[in-house]
Design a protein around this ligand. Structure first.
Ligand code: GDP
Ligand code: ZN
Length: 315
């Protein structure tokens, strides 16, 4: 049988088959997907094959194979072992919630998030939340920011999770997909999920409470079917993706507007800083590339902005 992993407790995996039945499955012995060293061999979102075992009239499964993942996100443990934990896999898209204030979301955070998502091959949609609370000036700021990201290919929507503005658009985009929500604590992730699917209210509330008390319990990702044709992967306490190790020359490839110009740089290993005849710098000077994007790029290359380090993104 084949199915998708919806939940994991560490030793048992809840797998949903195509005809909608759930089975509790285990793995036997050592079981590793080639090339990935992680503390967990199987993660939420994995597509697996399993064999049924019937004991005392109960069916459980033994997982025998994992399909190759289209993508996956990880968390690196902070202890010395630096082991990788796979949080979730096969994610179609992530909605990054952004607020201008309460709390502020800085462009450096957005850009770092987008670079990581690009590196993981996960499509990102930007949701500018709490538009019901903004002054005219702040709304202009939203418009300006949205234009920057729209121009380089990211869909942007202004929404209000509390008034319901544009929630129908979000739902339409979610259809038929495996979705994730991300963003700083307080941007409205739980409120939005609740607006989309009120029955998920309890769980998200419980998680928020847990975190406001500063508890550091180990929380597992979990997948939920919605009442319309869409799936959410809930990743409690995780506001961003894990760290991605990249080479200096690689970072620019995850800025789509830089990548598009790369072939026009004189040097094919150009990192767009001091090289002569750099198409990215020329575009920057011609105002065709946003200065805030370029600033984020420099910060990522310098790697000195501890505050935005992707491996510190756990709440
Ligand atoms: P989370 O930490 O990202 O899950 O954020 P929450 O969903 O807990 O929201 C944090 C606070 O912002 C709560 O008090 C929400 O009621 C409020 N909030 C969320 N979305 C909106 C919105 O669109 N408009 C307004 N006015 N408040 C919102
Ligand atoms: Zn260049």
């Amino acid at each position: 049988m084949t199915g998708t992993v919806y939940k994991s407790t560490g030793s048992w995996y809840t797998v949903k088959t195509l005809n909608g039945k759930f089975y509790e499955c285990r793995i036997k012995g050592r079981f590793r997907l080639d090339g990935i060293k992680s503390t967990n061999p199987i993660a939420v979102g994995d597509k697996v094959e399993f064999e049924l075992e019937t004991k005392n009239n109960t069916d459980t499964g033994v997982i025998t194979r994992i399909e190759e993942r289209t993508n996956y996100i990880v968390r690196k443990s902070v202890n010395l072992s630096k082991q990788t934990h796979i949080i979730a896999s096969n994610i179609d898209q992530v909605f990054l919630l952004v607020t201008i204030d309460n709390p502020p979301t800085f462009t450096t955070f957005i850009d770092r998030f987008l670079v990581t998502a690009e590196a993981y091959s996960i499509k990102t949609i930007l949701l500018f939340n709490k538009v019901d609370t903004y002054s005219e000036d702040t709304l202009l700021e939203v418009k300006y920011l949205a234009s920057i990201y729209r121009d380089i290919g990211y869909e942007c929507i202004g929404i209000s999770a509390t008034t319901g503005k544009n929630i129908d658009k979000v739902k339409a985009l979610m259809e038929g997909k495996v979705n994730m929500f991300a963003g700083h604590s307080g941007v409205g992730k739980s409120t939005l999920v609740n607006a989309i699917e009120p029955s998920l209210d309890l769980k998200t509330k419980a998680i928020s409470t847990q975190h406001s008390q500063g508890q550091h319990t180990t929380t597992f990702a979990e997948m939920f079917d919605l009442s319309f044709d869409a799936v959410i992967i809930d990743t409690p306490g995780i506001k961003g993706f894990g760290v991605v190790d990249m080479e200096k020359e690689e970072v620019g490839d995850y800025f789509p507007e830089f990548f598009a110009l790369k072939q026009d740089c004189k040097f094919n290993n150009c990192i767009h800083i001091k090289e002569p005849k750099c198409a990215v710098k020329e575009a920057l000077e011609a105002n065709e590339i946003s200065y805030s994007r370029y600033k984020s790029y420099l910060q990522i290359l310098e790697g000195e902005d501890e505050h935005y380090r992707t491996d510190n993104w756990d709440e």
